[in-house]
Design a protein around this ligand. Structure first.
Ligand code: F6P
Length: 544
């Protein structure tokens, strides 16, 4: 039986058709003064209000039935104990083992703890050496700038976390290069000095052309001043990969290598040695706090009943919105600019995991899966795409992410600057809460005294756009660990319900292959003869 013909799915469909499918959320709030008590949950440093969704207690109960029918608790157990949940690649998805710290692990996850410890210890040595100025460049000077060369999961996690934790001052300047076109590389290298620059070549597969081509450009740049090739690799390169042999063959000596394993998915790898830039910025102790935060969420996910399990609740509400309320877009809206890269990070995590249309049995699914997800720093997006959220023809579900307290200034000090920053934090929160309220209520948010000035079709606000508000206590390694693990597990929950494998990414492979063929045609246009006329025309245009 297909999922959409199953009893739990059908029960949800009947429930939706009997009213909620068209109901205004404002009515749900009017009918129940305790709505937010019922549809919010606080866990450790995170409070989540999911009351601004078109759900009732019955909806949640039917969603829990769906989770039960899909054996979600069995899948959670399989994930956390290291069973081969990534079936198309025949391996586990054991990112949770990277942060388990010998606690809360079973099965294969437990067996790999010593390997994880060993790599963390290797990482600590490198981190200490660089942070204390003992890692020297070829001329004997200490390293001042570290450039991470990686893409996708080998870039976005460290980029997002280091930017989020920018108030923790790093003893070295960190930079990130990812794009294959080389413009970031050329721009950055123009500002750095070879003798004090160290590169991290980060690639799980060690075959990604984007990363290897940027690394080759970096080598050429180093060769401009370093005569001895050995010094380039031993003093100016660290490799992070699952492929030690390939790193060695490329030239990186074993003592400059950090490894991780094929059971760590690229987009789930910031907890491994791929997190080296994070540890360089915040130090190993705080890197471990990040891991601890994630483990706190892992334990919550693995032990709490569905009714109190945040990744389960949020995942199921997305399923409700997508499959029953027919909402196919999701916006991620952080109200602190330090979280600027959170949307980009989640674009990969969510869409590379669940952007699939074939189930685990290889059958085409007959229902919608992953939404289109994008986002931006909320206050900036208010001046850009919120127009569409408020008055467009698209239904969009939003995640607002805000902070209870700002930790980047001393709230107890009364200097003018601190007073202004405090006021700005208040402004950010006011905007965040106002936006989710207006998106939910629409015209009903207009105060009576202003109703007449909104009496125009151009000033009509349909509302009824669902949202969650995730209120973090502050931005810290621990809260970020919790937040990211929450999204990882929520993504997994959705994959389980939709019967898809969230841990492979075959969709990206064909493009890579065809790019090789196209590259050859750009060098020898005769090879473009067999291409379609559009591609052939483009090639001829650039070659003319
Ligand atoms: O092409 C997609 C992808 O394979 C991602 O899954 C991955 O995070 C990224 O490329 C980079 O891969 P690697 O770390 O192997 O260079």
């Amino acid at each position: 039986m297909t999922l959409d013909a199953s009893p739990a799915w059908q029960a949800l469909q009947v429930h939706c058709d009997s009213g909620l499918g068209t109901m205004a959320m404002s009515r749900l709030f009017k009918d129940d003064g305790n709505r937010t008590d019922k549809f919010s949950h606080e866990f450790d440093d995170i409070y989540i209000d999911y009351s601004k969704n078109r759900i009732t207690e019955e909806t949640l109960s039917l969603l829990f039935d769906l989770a039960e029918q899909q054996d979600l608790s069995g899948w959670i157990h399989k994930l956390l104990s290291g069973e081969k949940v990534n079936d198309t690649e025949g391996r586990p998805a054991l990112h949770t083992a990277l942060r388990a710290n010998h606690q809360f692990v079973t099965g294969y996850a437990e067996e790999v703890q010593d390997k994880v410890d060993e790599q963390l210890a290797n990482m600590a040595v490198i981190v200490e050496k660089i942070r204390t100025g003992h890692w020297r460049g070829f001329s004997g000077k200490a390293i001042t700038d570290v450039v991470n060369i990686g893409v996708g999961g080998s870039d976005l996690g460290p980029l997002m976390i280091t930017n989020s934790l920018q108030t923790i001052k790093s003893p070295v300047n960190l930079h990130f290069i990812s794009s294959i076109d080389g413009s970031q590389t050329s721009n950055l290298l123009g500002k750095l000095k070879q003798e004090t620059t160290l590169f991290i070549l980060a690639s799980k597969s060690f075959t990604t052309i984007d990363t290897l081509s940027n690394a080759e450009t970096a080598i050429d740049w180093l060769e401009e001043v370093i005569v001895d090739k050995q010094e380039i690799y031993s003093q100016h390169f660290i490799g992070v990969s699952t492929k030690p042999d390939m790193m060695t063959e490329w030239g990186i000596p074993p003592e400059n290598q950090l490894i991780f394993w094929d059971w760590v998915g690229g987009r789930y790898s910031l907890w491994s040695a791929i997190g080296l830039p994070i540890a360089l910025q915040i130090g190993m102790e705080k890197f471990r706090e990040l891991l601890d935060g994630a483990r706190i969420m892992d334990e919550h996910f693995g032990t709490e009943p569905y009714e109190r399990n945040l990744p389960v609740i949020l995942g199921l509400i997305d399923v409700w919105n997508i499959n029953f309320l027919n909402i196919q877009k999701k916006a991620i809206l952080p109200y602190d600019a330090r979280l600027k890269y959170l949307p980009s990070y989640l674009e990969q995590l969510v869409m590379e995991s669940n952007g699939k249309s074939v189930n685990r049995d290889g059958q085409q699914v007959g229902y919608k899966t992953c939404p289109v997800l994008w986002g931006e720093v909320g206050p900036n997006a208010q001046h850009a795409f919120y127009q569409l959220l408020h008055q467009g023809t698209q239904k969009v579900m939003c995640d607002f992410v805000a902070l209870k307290i700002r930790d980047d200034f001393d709230p107890s000090s009364h200097s003018d600057k601190n007073e202004s920053l405090k006021a700005q934090h208040g402004l950010a929160l006011a905007n965040c809460f106002a936006q989710s309220r207006v998106l939910m209520l629409g015209d009903d948010a207009i105060p009576d005294s202003l109703k007449s000035s909104f009496d125009s079709p151009f000033k009509h606000y349909p509302g009824n756009q669902p949202s969650n508000t995730i209120l973090m206590k502050e931005i810290s390694p621990k809260t970020l660990g919790m937040l990211i693990a929450l999204y990882e597990h929520k993504t997994f929950v959705e994959g389980v319900i939709w019967e898809i494998n969230s841990f492979d990414q075959w969709g990206v492979e064909l493009g890579k292959l065809i790019a090789k063929e196209t590259r050859a045609a750009l060098q020898d246009t005769k090879l473009a003869e067999q291409f379609d006329s559009s591609t052939k025309g483009l090639i001829e245009k650039v070659m003319s």
